[in-house]
Write a new protein. Structure first.
Length: 150
C-alpha cells in the first residue's frame, strides 16, 4: 500500500492494520525517517518536501512492486509525507511483513534505500542562511546500488 500525504501517521495503528487477522506473518519490520535539526553541519529549523502528485505515487508503486517481486511479502506499506515539517516530525514509514524475518528485513532495507534515490521528492531545508535544496548524496546511491540485479 502506498500513501503520500501531508498529515502525520500513527506508527502503531499502521503496523496493526498491516498484520491484523493475518496469522501467516512471522516477521514485521519497519523504518521511520525523522526530520533532523542539523544537516551538513548547519542548523535546520524546518524542511519542506515537494512532489508531483500522480507521478510520485506511480514511482512508489513501482518500487513496492519490485520488493514484492524479490521477496515473499504478505504485506508492505510506504507512507511518505510532503509539505512543511519540523525537526522531530515523521517523514516516511516503510514496513514489510512476511512469513520469515529475513525477507521482511531485506525488503524493508531495499525499499528505504530505493526511496532515497528513486522517489521523486525534493527537499528544501530552512537554515539560518536561508533555504537550501538538498542534493543527492553518493552514499545514498551506493546503498541503492547494492540492490542492483546482475
Amino acid at each position: 500500500m502506498i500513501r503520500v500525504q501531508q498529515e502525520d501517521f500513527d506508527l502503531a495503528a499502521e503496523l496493526k492494520a498491516m498484520t491484523d487477522g493475518n496469522h501467516q506473518i512471522g516477521g514485521l519490520t519497519s523504518f521511520v525517517g525523522l526530520v533532523r535539526d542539523i544537516a551538513g553541519g548547519e542548523t535546520v529549523s524546518a524542511m519542506t518536501l515537494e512532489h508531483y502528485p500522480g507521478m510520485t505515487e506511480k514511482q512508489l508503486a513501482e518500487i513496492e512492486d519490485e520488493a514484492n517481486r524479490r521477496w515473499p511479502l504478505d504485506a508492505s506499506l510506504i507512507i511518505h509525507r510532503h509539505g512543511r515539517l519540523e525537526p522531530g516530525d515523521q517523514i516516511v514509514l516503510v514496513a514489510c511483513a512476511s512469513a520469515h524475518r529475513e525477507a521482511a528485513f531485506e525488503a524493508c532495507h531495499f525499499l528505504i534505500d530505493w526511496l532515497k534515490t528513486k522517489a521523486p521528492f525534493w527537499k528544501l531545508e530552512d537554515t539560518p542562511d536561508g533555504g537550501k535544496w538538498v542534493d543527492a548524496r553518493s552514499s545514498d546511491d551506493a546503498a541503492a546500488a547494492r540492490w542492483a540485479e546482475s
